[in-house]
Ligand binder design. Structure first.
Ligand SMILES: *[C@@H]1O[C@H](CO)[C@@H](O)[C@H](O)[C@H]1NC(C)=O
Length: 479
């Protein structure tokens, strides 16, 4: 079979539709927005706690005097005045009492394809807007200044709020569900694991990539191959290797299938629970609990596996980009021994990865909750340029998916896949890493697997292209 010269790749429907239809993407989409509703709901409760806390921490002062000196409300007013805060004017319109129609719309979006795209009307309203429910207020933002504040400059002012409870079953006391000192400890532990593995990369991938390359030839029928299951398998294998020190492919087939099925099901259950937020325990069927017990890894693996498939989809449907990449990798020796240095000397490959992560970032949507009164740099007043006061307990959802498609940063063709836009190095300076470009989250919660994921994708892509340089999109695949 002359597969290397005529291999075509069928990846199914368009990448965007695909990406949207996966249960896991729904979790990431974790349209968190509805969890937002519950933050809003708990806002008042949070305020009561503030006043109790301030009393506890100043026990030497007479209670009555203290409470009459600074109520949480007065504290907020003082901060607002000091920073010249103005209220956010644009808001998400609703029709039903208590804005229950918004809740219904969120659930509808969760169960449909193309989740992020369907959220566009919410995020296109303004750089920052309000959303109301039960008479309380939460916020949506795509403003790079605000995103930088949430992820980095005012990181300590935010927590996970009730998202913690929703993910609890899947992630256990894992890092994605943790906040504060517990999170810091876990992160340190995991960082050590990554540092240990990093030294063996990319060499450690070699057997797994060998398997991927030969798997492609084996799976081909009439010189066509569906890359999706192969990529998924590969990502699971590398992730298992990283986490358990044993590749997934070394498990028995039934075991492997069980990990895969449990993973998707568990992730979907989380998506539902995130939306229920404070009443997450309502949705806890046995199938979900079992799925969670069987799998101990989460968000990271999920995000990574999809980005990688999309990389390939864009590659095979863009002959011009494919050609440039082939030229660039001509300098890399064949035979599997590829070093970190060689990978880092492939600038177009990096532009191409950046472009994929721009349109399909690892954490497309994220929700944080203010754990003390804090200031957003922008979004207030009639021009939306004044700072905004966020009261304690307020939920704020930022969409990296929509941030990465802003015309103000990425130009009029911001929705087009074009790796060349990164080439002269100007774009990253304009967008600013961690503000207008947030590929692997940013700040203290920057994804620990960033280097791992980039090396994995680069190495695998180089090897697959070396083996199958004429790979192209199968006829009849929707483009
Ligand atoms: C690609 O993104 C990274 C951040 O992950 C950035 O440091 C780098 O400069 C970008 N490369 C280009 C060519 O813009």
């Amino acid at each position: 079979m002359s597969i290397d010269h005529n291999l075509t790749a069928a990846i199914g429907a368009s990448a965007e539709d695909r990406a949207g239809s996966y249960a896991v993407m729904h979790v990431l989409a974790a349209t968190v927005i509805v969890a937002l509703f519950s933050y809003i709901f708990t806002q008042r409760r949070g305020r009561k706690k503030v006043s109790q806390k301030s009393q506890e921490s100043c026990v030497h002062m007479p209670r009555t005097l203290l409470t009459s000196l600074v109520t949480p409300r007065q504290l907020e007013t003082a901060i607002a005045e000091q920073h010249n805060c103005k209220p956010v004017i644009p808001f998400v319109p609703y029709k039903w009492p208590l804005a229950l129609d918004l809740l219904k719309r969120q659930y509808y979006i969760l169960f449909s394809d193309n989740t992020f795209e369907r959220l566009t009307p919410f995020f296109d309203l303004a750089g920052t807007c309000r959303i109301h429910l039960f008479g309380n207020t939460g916020y949506f933002t795509t403003d790079p200044e605000n995103i930088e504040a949430i992820l980095y400059t005012r990181f300590d002012d935010y927590g996970l709020g009730s998202r913690r409870l929703a993910f609890f079953s899947l992630l256990g006391e894992g890092i994605f569900g943790q906040d504060g000192p517990a999170w810091k400890r876990s992160r340190e532990l995991i960082r050590h694991q990554f540092v240990r593995v990093q030294k063996q990369i990319p060499e450690a991938f070699t057997p797994l990539v060998d398997e991927l390359v030969s798997g492609i030839a084996e799976a081909a029928v009439d010189e066509q191959v569906d890359l999706k299951p192969l990529m998924y398998q590969f990502t699971l294998a590398t992730t298992t290797m990283l986490l358990f020190g044993e590749p997934h492919s070394s498990m028995a087939k039934e075991e492997r299938d069980a990990v895969r099925d449990n993973f998707d099901y568990a992730a979907f259950g989380c998506g539902i629970r995130v939306r229920l937020a404070d009443v997450a325990w309502l949705y806890n069927p046995a199938k979900y609990r079992n799925a969670c017990r069987a799998n101990d890894f989460g968000e990271e693996a999920a995000a990574e596996k999809y980005a990688f498939i999309i990389d390939f989809f864009h590659l095979v449907r863009n002959p011009v980009i494919l050609e440039r990449l082939l030229e660039e990798i001509a300098s890399v020796p064949t035979g599997g021994d590829i070093t970190r240095d060689q990978i880092q000397r492939l600038p177009f490959l990096r532009c191409w990865l950046n472009e994929t992560l721009r349109l399909y970032p690892t954490l497309p949507l994220n929700l944080r909750s203010a754990n003390k009164p804090t200031v957003l740099p922008r979004g207030g007043g009639s021009d939306g340029r004044s700072p905004v006061l966020l009261p304690k307990g307020a939920g704020i959802t930022h969409s990296v998916y929509h941030l990465h498609r802003l015309e103000s940063i990425y130009g009029p063709d911001s929705r087009v896949y074009r790796p060349q836009r990164w080439e002269d190095g100007e774009l990253i300076r304009k967008a600013r890493l961690g503000a207008g470009y947030v590929d692997f989250n940013a700040g203290p919660r920057l994804c620990l697997g960033k280097d791992f994921a980039l090396m994995e994708a680069s190495y695998a892509i180089v090897r697959v292209l070396q083996a199958y340089p004429s790979i192209r999109l199968a006829l009849g695949t929707p483009n």
